[in-house]
Design a protein around this ligand. Structure first.
Ligand SMILES: Nc1ncnc2c1ncn2[C@@H]1O[C@H](COP(=O)(O)OP(=O)(O)OP(=O)(O)O)[C@@H](O)[C@H]1O
Length: 385
């Protein structure tokens, strides 16, 4: 099946008094891997369920490949849904599990049942189903497991069976709701790579719900970051990381989190931190407020040691393989914790009192106005990197 686009227009949904989705406009391009990311409760699963037809929106429309399906039954949308819980039938073999969606669609009545079906369904229909099952199992590399029951499989193998069962239907798009969250960390990393490879091989449209930004950042073509029932930013993983549109996006994306410092935008947009100018200026055009308090965002990898930098006292050092994360506080503002990312092989750079001096890569700083919106920054002076 050629990959289809999905279009959501003005989607609103409430449960009782709670407004869970507050006007979602989103187009998923044909063949795109798009992730819906956000904290627990932001509405991403509800949105996915609305696309699937498992939930009805209060407002707005859902289209697949340009056709309005807002009122259509889930079974008429030809979308495959993969859940966190796999939802495999425990009493059936892997082969029968994968074949089930095709039996439901292609066979009628009693012939849908695995054993009875063998006796009464037409040979050609069964051969077709067998061939489709073998093909899907081949893609997911589970051909050797077809006669096993789900209980005899590892978590990763079960997830692969669930994916094969989705694949066998040749759907217009795949909808996945936290499909990897039951797996241990190592297997999750492995399955991330497999899902990306599967997406590339199929060229199908994927909509993937997760609260795990690493999953979203590593697999997606684009990410829709949802906050409180709205899309806060839609863009490539790089867009969200390198040019967060709002302070809320900057806070959500990145691990360890972005460092945030209170700055003041002064005359001509010049920024000062603790009363000292720092060689950056806010662009003055277009912003609501031109001067006043703002927030400077610095990613941990954009902080570095600098002889005449800001003194910071080391609180904790964590080594993560090749990286080292150094948590510090500024004596000027002890409530502000900063994280610096270094190569684990570099010297820490702290003096005998555990104090180091921090500079930052000016060209990679982010500025957010008092309204939380991104502001354009100019580098005024050359700051040594
Ligand atoms: N059927 C329902 N009835 C009442 N409230 C619901 C229902 N489904 C979801 N909600 C509420 O809507 C909000 C959004 O739920 P949703 O499952 O979409 O969030 P989510 O972003 O997917 O969160 P999570 O990552 O925890 O699954 C939550 O506050 C949830 O309690």
């Amino acid at each position: 099946m050629t990959p289809q686009s999905l279009e959501l227009t003005g989607i609103g949904k409430g449960f009782g008094q709670t407004e869970v989705l507050r006007g979602i406009d989103l187009t998923v391009r044909p063949g795109e891997f798009l992730s819906l990311v956000g904290m627990s409760g932001c509405g991403k699963s509800t949105l996915l369920r609305i696309i699937a037809g498992l939930e009805t929106p209060d407002r707005g429309t859902v289209s697949i490949g340009g056709a309005d399906v807002t009122g259509a039954d889930p079974s008429d949308r030809n979308l495959a849904m993969v859940f966190q819980s796999y939802a495999l039938y425990p009493h059936m073999s892997v082969r029968e599990n994968i074949a089930t969606p095709l039996r439901m669609r292609r066979l009628s009545g009693w012939a849908r049942l695995p054993l009875v079906g063998r006796m009464i369904a037409g040979r050609a229909a069964l051969d077709d189903i067998d061939a489709a099952v073998e093909a899907a199992a081949g893609v997911l590399e589970i051909g050797a497991l077809l006669e096993r029951r789900p209980a005899e499989l590892s978590g990763g193998q079960r997830q692969r069976v669930a994916l094969a069962r989705a694949l066998v239907r040749d759907p217009a798009a795949f909808l996945m709701d936290e499909p990897l969250s039951n797996l241990d960390a190592k297997l999750r990393a492995h399955m991330r790579a497999e899902l990306s490879a599967l997406h590339r091989r199929l060229g199908a449209t994927f909509v993937y719900v997760t609260h795990d930004q690493i999953e979203a950042m590593t697999m997606s073509d684009r990410i829709a970051l949802m906050i409180e029932g709205r899309i806060e930013q839609l863009g490539t993983p790089d867009d969200l990381y390198r040019a967060p549109a709002t302070l809320r996006v900057a806070r959500f994306i990145g691990q360890p989190s972005i460092n945030l410092l209170p700055v003041e935008i002064g005359p001509a947009g010049r920024l000062s931190l603790f009363g000292l100018e720092i060689g950056l200026a806010a662009a003055l055009s277009g912003g609501a407020e031109t001067t006043g308090p703002a927030t400077l965002g610095l990613r941990p990898e954009d902080l570095h040691l600098r002889a005449d930098g800001l003194p910071a006292k080391v609180l904790r050092v964590e080594t993560h393989g090749a990286d080292r994360y150094v948590s510090c506080v500024l004596p000027r503002a002890p409530e502000l914790a900063l994280t610096l990312r270094q190569s684990a092989t570099d010297p820490l750079g702290a003096d005998a009192d555990g104090v180091l001096r921090l500079g930052f890569v000016a060209g990679r700083a982010h500025l957010f106005g008092a309204d939380g919106q991104r502001r354009t920054l100019h580098v005024l002076e050359r700051v040594a990197a």
